[in-house]
Design a protein around this ligand. Structure first.
Ligand code: GLN
Length: 409
């Protein structure tokens, strides 16, 4: 979230660091721990990492992969990645010149932007957005330019009456100008659950080509899509391979958010720049986790089908539970979050942050206040975000608490 008062800062704090606040997502985890709540705030699984991956990681440590890996990625990891993106994303890449393995998509995004964006440039970000992007752009000395995802009128999909988030093509066109260096595309999207359609991605691609702009994609939820939707990597659209940086990671697909292994895939000249930045920022991603990561990337295809079924079930449990507690939300097409409308629950003068604090204290469930996904933050003052990447028993416990709390509230 952007700082509310960036002028009132300590003399030894830099101007850039003064421009944004600490992550609200990470902070809510600490608040949740303090109140012994159920953590539906920060999106990380509470179910176990697949046992074969746990074993692969322990074995890698026993086998001696305990010193630095090659800075831009262990050979086993980059080769497994090239194989995986060929069959899953439809991308043909050279693992020796087009991949940088980073410490999580967080670092992949930061290294990418530092390697490609100049001070004074603009970076287009659709809003609501994952809170890191705003801070990332500021750290590059660039200005984020926000394009609103508008909520559509309810449509009956046959499953649920749905509203979804769409950008206005004219507003998107108007955001591209001669300062625009890049657009960040996050599909499936955090926090909205939106999955970009091929037509939407094509329009973004057309604008990138027309204005000579880079597409930086965050595809961390690429395996979590619902109701038969298929993931599309914008790099596979005609003319986009050389101007796209495709970012993804192990965290969400293999339930290993603590391993900190992710990748940035780009053309050789862009990759050379990302590798330099990455090297000086981190030296490298954890070596044993990269060796285990190679094993993860070679999981059979049935693994991804199973993952999809499990997440669909979690979404259904959470959706039904929120409805029982009286929350109206945005039905997710992908990723593992549900944004809800707080209007019926807010007390006079109460905003999303005050609500989220009241909910964790009184109801014992932690969420992420909507304002942390918007700029200006006030656009999110009537929303909060629930994540559902949790065991069924955790979701049920949260729903029981919410129903009890809502009956009293
Ligand atoms: N992506 C997750 C979320 O939005 C958490 C990411 C993180 O905290 N690094 O909750």
């Amino acid at each position: 979230m952007l700082a509310t008062n960036p002028t009132n800062v300590h003399q030894y704090v830099s101007q850039k660091a003064a421009l944004f606040e600490e992550s609200v997502i990470r902070k809510m985890t600490q608040v949740c721990l303090a109140h012994n709540g159920v953590n539906l705030a920060q999106g990380f699984p509470d179910f176990p990492t697949p046992p074969e991956l746990q074993e692969a990681c322990c074995k890698a440590i026993r086998d001696g992969y305990n010193q630095y890996a090659r800075t831009w990625g262990a050979p086993a990891m980059v080769e497994a990645l090239a194989e995986k993106v060929r069959w899953f994303n439809g991308m043909e890449i050279d693992p020796n010149t087009q991949v940088t393995i980073c410490c999580g998509t967080t670092e992949a995004m930061m290294s990418t932007l530092l390697a490609t964006v100049n001070p004074g440039d603009e970076v287009i970000v659709t809003s609501p957005f994952y809170e890191n992007y705003g801070a990332d752009a500021i750290l590059c000395g660039a200005a984020p330019r926000y394009v609103t995802l508008h909520v559509t009128a309810p449509q009956d999909s046959g499953l649920e009456t749905q509203v979804s988030f769409v950008f206005d093509p004219d507003e998107l066109r108007a955001a591209f100008n001669n300062k625009t260096r890049a657009i960040i595309v996050n599909t499936p999207n955090n926090p909205t659950g939106k999955v970009y359609t091929r037509d939407e991605l094509q329009l973004i691609a057309d604008l990138c080509i027309k204005h000579d702009v880079l597409a930086v994609t965050d595809e961390i939820y690429e395996h979590i899509l619902y109701d038969g939707r298929k993931h599309i990597s914008i790099a596979t659209l005609p003319g986009m391979a050389e101007r796209t940086i495709t970012i993804s990671g192990m965290s969400k697909t293999y339930s290993v958010t603590g391993w900190r292994v992710a990748c940035a895939i780009a053309s050789p000249p862009i990759t050379a720049a990302i590798r330099k930045v990455h090297d000086f920022l981190t030296v490298g991603a954890p070596h044993p986790m990269q060796i285990a990561g190679a094993a993860a990337l070679r999981m059979p295809r049935s693994f991804y089908e199973q993952l999809n079924m499990e997440y669909t079930h979690r979404r259904d449990v959470m959706w039904a539970g929120l409805q029982r507690a009286g929350f109206e939300g945005f039905y997710p097409e992908g990723a593992y979050y549900i944004m809800v409308d707080l209007t019926p629950f807010l007390r006079p003068g109460e905003d999303d942050t005050a609500f989220a604090m009241r909910l964790v204290k009184e109801g014992g469930v932690a969420t992420v206040p909507g304002s942390s996904f918007y700029n200006p933050p006030s656009l999110g003052h009537k929303q909060t975000r629930f994540c559902f990447c949790k065991k069924e028993e955790t979701l049920n416990a949260a729903v029981d608490r919410l129903v009890t709390w809502a009956a009293r509230a």
